[in-house]
Design a protein around this ligand. Structure first.
Ligand SMILES: Nc1ncnc2c1ncn2[C@@H]1O[C@H](COP(=O)(O)OP(=O)(O)O)[C@@H](O)[C@H]1O
Ligand SMILES: [Mg+2]
Length: 274
């Protein structure tokens, strides 16, 4: 008896209909409901079992993760561009790096927790997966709370797939690189305060908010990079994280010429929370 596993996607297709080297079958059909983004799914989502994911290049490499651009499409039809954030399971991705973020959370599986603590290669891959799940959950929470984040499409192992924020294949610039001034700068500041407020209403602080984690999509500000989202009430340093988030963005806006009082913003957010 053959021990080969049945693979519906294999061998039934002529070779030209197989994904190429920079392609794979869409990971959507095999994902479970908990690995998929909040309902209702946006109508631009491609959910067909016949879709392929095609690598279009690297958007940005980072210390903990790399962001790639992919297109998910049924061959021969228009698809959708997605950002694929892939956490590294090598050196720097130590989930316990940010112990203070993690207060109030525990790793359920003690074998995993020990492996992460030892920094074994298994531990590092557990850590990378843990970061991906953390970021995906945070994106889902933020999305449900009405925070302007990229729609979280899917998480699988160490990869988070989300809406690509950009024009065509060009990613939206980070706020740090944008040339906003005058009224446009003020408008961006108002949007950032609204983002902080929406997080606060849901009980969270971003935890790493800065002009590098805010994208300027033709004047609409979108917040990214949330694996370390902080539950302000449960985390003993929650208010410190919130304060730091406020200071980071307020001082940046002030330096660019948008006068503001960070203490006022902070007080307002604390008021929104309690
Ligand atoms: N959904 C997205 N759409 C467009 N660009 C993105 C998206 N997510 C990330 N990027 C780009 O990739 C960079 C790194 O992503 P980020 O989530 O901030 O990871 P890191 O942990 O490396 O800072 C961002 O500064 C941005 O330029
Ligand atoms: Mg970042």
């Amino acid at each position: 008896m053959s021990s080969a596993r049945f693979d519906a996607s294999a061998s039934l297709l002529p070779p030209e209909l197989e994904p190429g080297a920079d392609q794979r079958w869409s990971t959507w059909p095999a994902s479970s409901p908990t690995q998929r983004g909040p309902l209702p799914h946006p109508d631009w989502l491609v959910t067909s079992a016949g879709a392929w994911d095609t690598e279009l290049g690297v958007v940005k490499t980072g210390k903990e993760a790399d962001v790639h651009l992919i297109e998910r499409a049924v061959p021969g039809t228009a698809g959708v561009l997605l950002a694929s954030k892939r956490y590294r399971s090598t050196h720097h991705s130590d989930f316990h790096r940010s112990g203070s973020y993690e207060e109030g959370r525990t790793m359920r599986n003690t074998r995993d927790a020990r492996a992460v603590g030892r920094k074994s290669s298994y531990g590092r891959s557990v850590a990378a997966g843990h970061w991906a799940v953390s970021e995906f959950d945070a994106l889902c929470r933020a999305w449900r709370a009405g925070v302007p984040v990229p729609y979280p499409v899917q998480v699988s192992e160490t990869e988070v797939l989300m809406e690509f924020i950009g024009d065509g294949r060009t990613a939206a610039p980070r706020l740090a690189q944008s040339r906003l001034h005058g009224e446009d700068l003020t408008d961006a500041f108002i949007q950032v305060v609204a983002i902080l407020e929406a997080f606060a209403r849901a009980g969270f602080a971003h935890g790493d908010l800065s002009p590098y984690n805010l994208l300027d999509h033709d004047g609409r500000i979108v917040v990214i990079d949330l694996p370390q989202i902080v539950d302000v009430a449960a985390n003993p340093q929650g208010l410190d994280f919130l304060y730091r988030d406020v200071m980071n963005v307020s001082t940046w806006f002030a330096r660019r010429g948008c006068d503001n009082d960070p203490e006022d913003v902070f007080a307002h957010l604390v008021g929104v929370m309690w």
